[in-house]
Design a protein around this ligand. Structure first.
Ligand SMILES: CC/C=C\C/C=C\C=C\C(=O)SCCNC(=O)CCNC(=O)[C@H](O)C(C)(C)COP(=O)(O)OP(=O)(O)OC[C@H]1O[C@@H](n2cnc3c(N)ncnc32)[C@H](O)[C@@H]1OP(=O)(O)O
Ligand SMILES: NC(=O)C1=CN([C@@H]2O[C@H](COP(=O)(O)OP(=O)(O)OC[C@H]3O[C@@H](n4cnc5c(N)ncnc54)[C@H](OP(=O)(O)O)[C@@H]3O)[C@@H](O)[C@H]2O)C=CC1
Length: 333
């Protein structure tokens, strides 16, 4: 009897061992942990989410509003009634975007040239804005610079360029406007667009990761300090959303996009319209109790990257039977 039981256990152990080897090979050899199909559960909606007129009589400044996500946020705020000012270095692009959005929404979008790295240029931009629209109710610090690069290849000027745009630029815009708003006893909503790796850090984009982390510290600190002046400070951390500016510098070959979609639990990239809706909500009076918030908006990518055992998603039900048998077999050991 004992011999029969032992014999059966031995055969089971052998089956488990050989299956485990096959499973290990499949896990390590498998380049294709495919999701993708689940994207159909999570369709992106494109319409403006807030009631029309939510930003009537509001003025919004969006840095980097001529392209990509900034452009999408400008379009949504404008559609919802805001008078927008978009500011960045390339005036021709700003003017084209401003004209296109204004003609679609019927609300004026102003284009103002400004290199956020230069505090004097920022001050002049705010002068120009005051003359055009008065001080803003909504400020979205969205302008950024970035590229993938091994850190040992970074020159001091490469480091300075990225950190100047992202951290110093955000600080110059925020402090200049903050001071003037305080002087005028006017409240405002400040929003910073950072990234999921501001929290985790990331190799190969180290200046951006460092600067975005600084922006988050800046915004959380001011949320605590300037609530008394009527100012709210919030942060959105987007996951990957295809824009020309980001993908040309971070995914020049297209390989990253494919791998990323595979590991995003919602099976797709985000869309500019989706983040524009979130930014509009956070900047609106519907969110007047929200301050100091850090909102991760990434289809689940961050937690997917972080969890020690998440790769087990690729284990099939049959393989689970084997694994479970192996685990149960340890009882009493
Ligand atoms: C796939 C997406 C997934 C996830 C995305 C997550 C986060 C995304 C975060 C983002 O921020 S995406 C937004 C990206 N958009 C932009 O970067 C738009 C604006 N960018 C630019 O204008 C340029 O790319 C810029 C950042 C380099 C700034 O241009 P500027 O003309 O001011 O700088 P220079 O060209 O003079 O360069 C300054 C300095 O940097 C060195 N450098 C430039 N490119 C590289 C590179 N690819 N690798 C290494 N070094 C680089 C350049 O040589 C200069 O240094 P030196 O003077 O030579 O020492
Ligand atoms: N797309 C994505 O997957 C993700 C994007 N993000 C963040 O979203 C934001 C928008 O990025 P995205 O739309 O993708 O990329 P874009 O490259 O389209 O946007 C960056 C904008 O910043 C402006 N800009 C750059 N340097 C300066 C400067 N010195 N002064 C003023 N403006 C400047 C650019 O305009 P100009 O060249 O005219 O100056 C451009 O409009 C950024 O903060 C980025 O870090 C975060 C995570 C993911």
């Amino acid at each position: 009897m004992a011999a029969r039981v032992l014999g059966r256990a031995g055969r089971l152990a052998a089956v488990v061992r050989s299956s485990a080897v096959r499973l290990q090979l499949r896990l390590h050899g498998s380049a294709g942990l495919r999701f993708g199909s689940q994207a159909s559960f999570f369709p992106p909606l494109g319409d403006a989410m807030l009631p029309s007129g939510s930003f009537n009589n509001h003025v919004a400044l969006i840095t980097g509003g001529g392209t990509g996500l900034g452009r999408a946020m400008t379009a949504t705020l404008s559609q919802l009634g805001a008078q927008c000012i978009i500011a960045s270095r390339k005036l021709d692009i700003l003017q084209r975007t401003a004209e296109e959005i204004s003609s679609q929404t019927g609300n004026k979008v102003h284009a103002v040239q400004c290199d956020v790295r230069d505090p004097q240029a920022v001050s002049q931009c705010v002068d120009q804005m005051e003359a055009l629209t008065g001080l803003p109710d909504v400020i979205i610090n969205n302008a950024a610079g970035n590229f993938v690069c091994p850190s040992e290849r970074l020159s001091p000027n490469a480091w300075k360029t990225i950190t100047d745009i992202v951290l110093n630029g955000t600080a110059f815009v925020t402090l200049e406007l903050g001071k003037r708003l305080i002087q005028n006893q006017k409240g405002a909503s400040f929003l910073a667009i950072t990234t999921i790796y501001a929290e985790s850090g990331s190799g190969f984009v180290v200046p951006s990761a460092s600067a975005k982390a600084g922006v988050e510290a800046l915004y959380k600190s001011l949320a605590a300090e300037w609530g008394r002046y009527g100012h709210r400070f919030n942060i959105i951390q987007p996951g990957p959303i295809r824009t020309k500016g980001a993908f040309s510098r971070l995914d020049p070959t297209g390989a990253f996009e494919k791998a990323t979609i595979d590991r995003i639990p919602t099976g797709r990239l985000g869309t500019p319209a989706e983040i524009a809706n979130l930014a509009a909500y956070v900047s609106s009076n519907y969110a007047s109790w929200m301050s100091g918030a850090v909102i991760r908006f990434d289809g689940g990518e961050y937690v997917s990257l972080a969890g020690e055992f998440n790769e087990l998603r690729s284990v099939t039900p049959d393989q689970w039977k084997i694994l479970e048998a192996m685990i149960r077999n340890t009882k009493g050991s």
